[in-house]
Design a binder for this molecule. Structure first.
Ligand code: PLP
Length: 384
């Protein structure tokens, strides 16, 4: 059975949920498997909606041969399982995304892959952790939720000199702010779930490597370990990507304005935004990000849990939800969400107090956002 033929072309991207694809003959199947013909065999190995989405992200990253997977964590899993083996060693930032941290702390060691977590704002700490068997270094440019800026230039130079692959999780910065290959990345990963898809309705990841053998190993790990993305999620993410540049630019403008607004409100202890002169790595941020400081802002109010509760309750129009990169602004409280697994002392060491909040700024009218945050912060001030 075939699609009805016609001269007209769809504007909307087709959604193809088929799990299997018929081939023309055993010779035809040979051609597909040997790469002499383009096409599909079985969706776990690849399907049109994943390929279309991957091609769009490749174009944004200036990369070739990226692979879309079922989540950002699936992409990181495929990189680790595809590129490492027992006896290898992996270094990661001690402020990585929570589940990446857990993977390095608990799970890779179970597979006899050694790991070390270090403060990646200082390349000397990374250098101190290098071993002869170090295979990969996993970094995020801007950390969550403390908005620290990793020493990418220093670590990239080390990685090059020592033949270690630098893996950059570009989720926060996106290719709009940070072209990871030009800063020395060998492998780029994304949680497409966040800013790229942008509507909190698709869970997806992406990974790409400079070395074609690494790309093949990542794709093979995805097919073998079953890290396949859903065609429907890929289809939604592709639609989200059409507006990515517009959303990103607007959210970034809003974030810069909101950070300055919050900093001037009574009861604010600190505001963290890479574009502000009072950011601890403001010079590095300027050099690395060249004015593209992103949509993430963190701030701290005086007072404990009571002040935090009052703040959230006084701003009902900003969803209190532990995600980021949605088209709308969301607010999260790391002490009770992303960092609840740490002890209070562990959180305190990172500066994550009960009064610490992270904002993923969206595309709303900035005047409305300013009012909303002023109300929340005033309510916290009354309590704290
Ligand atoms: C969310 C996130 C991930 C994980 O992505 P999922 O799509 O939720 O699996 C990885 N890295 C960073 C920086 C993230 O924000």
């Amino acid at each position: 059975m075939a699609w009805p033929a016609g001269e007209s072309l769809p504007i909307g991207a087709p959604l193809q949920p088929s799990v299997v694809y018929g081939a023309e003959s055993p010779d035809g199947l040979d051609d597909l498997y040997e790469g002499r013909a383009e096409g599909w065999t079985y969706a776990r190995e690849g399907h049109p909606n994943a390929a279309t989405l991957a091609a769009r992200i490749n174009a944004l990253e200036g990369a070739e041969g990226g692979h879309v997977m079922g989540s950002g964590m699936a992409a990181i899993t495929a990189v680790m399982l595809g590129l490492c083996q027992a006896g290898d060693h992996v270094i990661g930032s001690d402020q990585l995304y929570g589940k990446s941290l857990k993977m390095l702390r608990d799970d890779l060691p179970r597979l006899a892959i050694g790991t070390t977590l270090v403060d990646a704002t200082d390349a000397a700490m990374v250098e101190g952790a290098l071993r002869p068997e170090t295979k990969l270094i996993l970094l995020e440019v801007v950390s969550n939720p403390t908005i620290r800026i990793a020493d990418i230039a220093g670590v990239a130079a080390l990685a090059r000199a020592r033949g270690v692959k630098l893996v950059i999780d570009n989720t926060f910065t996106t290719p709009r702010a940070f072209q990871a290959y030009t800063h020395g990345a060998d492998v780029i990963v994304h949680s497409v779930t966040k800013l790229l898809a942008g509507h909190s309705d698709a869970t997806l990841g992406y990974a790409v490597a400079r070395d074609p053998a690494d790309r093949a190993a990542i794709a093979m790990a995805s097919a073998t370990w079953g890290l396949t993305p859903s065609p429907f999620d890929c289809w939604l993410a592709e639609r989200g990507l059409f507006s990515f540049d517009l959303r990103y630019d607007r959210a970034e403008d809003n974030a810069a304005a909101l950070a300055d607004h919050i900093a001037d409100l009574p009861g604010i202890l600190r505001v963290l935004y890479p574009g502000r002169a009072d950011h601890p790595e403001s010079i590095r941020a300027r050099d690395l990000l060249a004015g593209r400081y992103g949509n993430m802002v963190s701030f701290e109010v005086r007072g404990g849990r009571d002040a935090a509760n009052a703040l959230v309750r006084a701003m009902p129009n900003v969803p209190f939800a532990p995600t980021l990169g949605d088209i709308g602004t969301t607010l999260s409280h790391p002490a009770t969400s992303s960092h609840r697994g740490l002890s209070p002392a562990g959180r305190a060491a990172m500066g994550i107090t009960e009064g610490f909040f992270r904002v993923s700024v969206g595309v709303e009218d900035i005047a409305v956002l300013k009012e909303e945050f002023a109300a929340g912060i005033a309510a916290a001030h009354d309590v704290g």
